[in-house]
Ligand binder design. Sequence first.
Ligand code: HQG
Length: 185
Amino acid sequence: MQYTEKTLKKVSKFLSYVLRHCPEDIKLTLDTEGWASIEELIEKAQPKFQLNHDIIKHVVATNNKQRFKISADGLKIRANQGHSIDINLNLTPQEPPKILYHGTATRFLDSILKQGLKSGNRQHVHLSKDMETAIAVGQRHGKPVILQIDTQAMSKQGHIFFLSDNKVWLTEHVPAQFLSLITNS
Ligand code: HQG
């Protein structure tokens, strides 16, 4: 079936909300790795949200950031990253590129340069492998500014990195000494 962009975006936002942040809002249960039964999701989303298998598959396949994944048996769905709830994505630590980027807004800069990058409500700090993505992430918050992260030095000091299924680099905290400011566009 064909769906409008608007419908797909609404479903994506709803899925992000329940799979990353607030499953209890619809009494949905996630397992320890963040997976929800698709059957249960469809049932419990009602009457707030009319979902069906087809639209869920469509959103997962077309989502611009590949935010969700369906399990190999087709029965379960989870968000690839961005959780605030305590689940274990069970990702294997990976060696990151020597440099990664983080886009933020100018108003956060003073605090970040003092405290480093903190995960805040989320489980991880999100880092990007290219500046374009970092700028787009920063723009969500205001006037963007890009920080460069010396991941090689971090790794040497024992910091661990993960790569989510949708290719976002994740780590727990980036201390300020590993950050440098790239641009103030
Ligand atoms: C900032 C989107 C003050 C941090 C994106 C950011 C991403 C601090 C904001 C994903 C700070 C948190 C995550 C400190 C960090 N003092 N501010 N010490 N440390 N911050 O939305 O990285 O569309 O939780 O710089 O594409 O912007 O949701 O994190 O500006 O991958 O799929 O605090 O969300 O993906 O904001 O974005 P967020 P984020 P989705």
